[in-house]
Write a protein that binds this ligand. Structure first.
Ligand SMILES: NC(=O)c1ccc[n+]([C@@H]2O[C@H](COP(=O)([O-])OP(=O)(O)OC[C@H]3O[C@@H](n4cnc5c(N)ncnc54)[C@H](O)[C@@H]3O)[C@@H](O)[C@H]2O)c1
Ligand SMILES: [Mg+2]
Length: 337
């Protein structure tokens, strides 16, 4: 039976993924340490004895609401003195280590491999319900990484070539076919997300699967063999029938839906003379600076029965970042006119 060791509420945030954090982590050999744990099962098992283990249930992270109405991940703190049960040692996945070289793992205590997508639906709702998500943000990429790695291990139990079982290494960072020796590594799907502008307005769309009233930048999966630029131009042409004429890169983000996407975000512009939308989505339309400004102020999605209101992806989604960047540049443009 699963036996928790000690629950730590509001555990210290893992380091954020900004460039300076990476540089300092390199300097203190943290990355080399994590790489060694991925390659050395014995070292990894030893590290687990004194690790922080972040808990998930059916792929959803177990979160604690703090007194400041923010959410924090819940972790077991292993002291090395108590024996660990079979599931902890066999199913925890390594996701990193602290500045003090304490290993950090994730463990799903209620995995649901028959319907792995079902438990994810509460993610956006939970994240949107956080009044002020800023203290949560450093934890978010950490949890997304853990969730993706847990799901990949739960759904990759068999070799797609031989049909035989695969076995994971201690860190959960690779799986090997027991019959052929083929090595599998975690997969993610590249996605382009693009905010199209005509100079004065930006173009947002919604799919029928989006929550009521939500609009976002256009997005689409890369086809095999495509460059990012080709995906971007194809998706904009397919979804709204427009041709973009300039493209600039913004940023990237791991995204858990539908099965670990790697989102690469861009700004693009169309000629103000050719803005007629031919929509293949549920809706796509141009938004003025004023409309975007008021939509960004909607912090929680409308409840059932509330009047319809446009709202945008939450702060931690890259779609929100694109829209916020566009608004900042547009505001500057108006100030300078
Ligand atoms: N983080 C954000 O701010 C943000 C905002 C908007 C969309 N997104 C994400 O972008 C992703 C792509 O957007 P979309 O749904 O408009 O894509 P899309 O326009 O390419 O349409 C989705 C369809 O593409 C096909 N497809 C091709 N390759 C696929 C793959 N590897 N996995 C799944 N389906 C594949 C499927 O038929 C699917 O129904 C979605 O997962 C969505 O959650 C994220
Ligand atoms: Mg799309």
């Amino acid at each position: 039976m699963f036996r928790p060791l000690k629950i730590l509420i509001g555990t210290k945030c893992p380091p954020t993924r900004c460039c300076s954090a990476f540089v300092s982590r390199m300097r203190f050999s943290n990355l080399q340490y994590v790489n060694r744990l991925k390659e050395d099962d014995e070292a990894c098992a030893a590290a687990l004895q004194n690790a922080h283990i972040f808990l998930f249930h059916r792929l959803s992270p177990l979160l604690q609401r703090t007194e400041h109405r923010t959410l924090r991940p819940t972790a077991l703190v292993c002291s090395g003195t108590e024996p660990q049960n079979h599931r902890t040692t066999e199913e925890s996945v390594l996701i990193g280590c602290s500045e003090e070289n304490q290993a950090q793992f994730c463990l799903d205590v209620g995995k649901n491999i028959l319907n792995p997508g079902s438990s994810l639906s509460w993610w956006p709702e939970t994240l949107n319900s956080v009044q002020d998500p800023s203290p949560y943000e450093p934890d978010l990429c950490f949890l997304l990484q853990g969730q993706a790695l847990l799901r990949w291990n739960q759904t990759s139990g068999f070799c797609s070539t031989t049909g035989q079982p695969t076995h994971r290494n201690r860190a959960g960072s690779q799986r090997v076919c027991s019959s052929s020796g083929i090595i599998y590594y975690p997969k993610m799907s590249p996605v382009v997300i693009v905010l199209v502008s005509d100079g004065k307005r930006c173009l947002l769309g919604r799919q029928s699967s989006f929550p009521r009233g939500m609009y976002s930048a256009l997005a689409g999966f890369c086809d095999m063999g495509e460059t990012l630029e080709e995906t971007l131009r194809r998706e904009v042409a397919e979804e709204v029938g427009l041709e973009v004429h300039s493209v600039s890169y913004s940023s990237s983000q791991h995204w858990p839906f539908p099965h670990s996407s790697f989102m690469m975000a861009f700004h693009a512009s169309v000629s103000p003379a050719h803005t007629q939308v031919s929509c293949q989505l549920e809706d796509a339309r141009w938004f003025s600076l004023e409309e975007i400004t008021s939509a960004l102020q909607v912090k929680t999605p409308p409840r059932r029965g509330d009047p319809p209101v446009v709202w945008l992806p939450p702060k931690h989604a890259i779609g929100n970042r694109l829209i916020t960047e566009w608004r900042s540049v547009s505001c500057l443009h108006y100030v300078n006119m």
